[in-house]
Ligand binder design. Structure first.
Ligand SMILES: [Cu+2]
Length: 151
C-alpha cells in the first residue's frame, strides 16, 4: 500500500491533466493584415482544487500571452493575465470579449479556416496539455454561438 501511494505521488503532475478537459476550442480566422489572433475554448476542471494555466505556446506565432478583454470607460482594452484560473469542479470560458489566449506576431504561412493549430497549455506545477484548435471563419462561429444562446 505504501509503495502504491508513493507511485501515485510521483505521478502527481500528470494526474492534474486527467482532471482537465478542453472543449469548444477555436481560433477565428484573421484578416490578412492582422498582427495577432486569439484562441478561445472552455477549460473544464473536475478536480477539487483550483488549476491555473500559467503559460501557453503555439507554433507559427512570435509571442503568446494570456489576456482578458475588458471595457474601461467605454474603451475596449486587453489586460495581460499572469494566469488563467480554472475553479475547482468548474470551468473557465475563453471567449470573445473575455478571457483568451493571444497569439501575437502571425508568421507565414498565415493560418486560415480549415487549419488546425496545436496550442499547448502550461499548468502551474509543470503539467502540459496540447489542444488541437481548429481555425474557423468568425462569422460562422458567431452565428453558431448566437443560436446556442437562443437568439
Ligand atoms: Cu488579447
Amino acid at each position: 500500500m505504501r509503495k502504491l501511494m508513493f507511485a501515485a505521488a510521483m505521478l502527481l503532475p500528470l494526474s492534474v491533466m486527467a482532471e482537465i478537459k478542453v472543449v469548444d476550442a477555436w481560433i477565428p480566422e484573421a484578416p490578412p493584415n492582422a498582427q495577432a489572433m486569439a484562441a478561445f475554448m472552455v477549460i473544464e476542471n473536475d478536480d477539487d482544487k483550483v488549476v491555473n494555466v500559467v503559460n501557453a505556446f503555439a507554433p507559427g506565432f512570435n509571442t503568446i500571452e494570456l489576456h482578458k478583454s475588458v471595457e474601461i470607460d467605454g474603451m475596449h482594452k486587453m489586460l495581460k493575465q499572469d494566469k488563467l484560473e480554472i475553479p475547482a469542479m468548474g470551468s473557465l470560458t475563453l471567449k470573445p470579449g473575455s478571457y483568451h489566449i493571444m497569439l501575437i506576431g502571425v508568421q507565414d504561412p498565415r493560418p486560415k479556416a480549415g487549419d488546425v493549430i496545436p496550442v499547448r497549455l502550461d499548468f502551474e506545477g509543470g503539467a502540459q496539455m496540447t489542444v488541437q484548435v481548429p481555425v474557423k471563419k468568425r462569422a460562422d462561429m458567431m452565428q453558431r454561438m448566437q443560436k446556442m444562446q437562443g437568439h
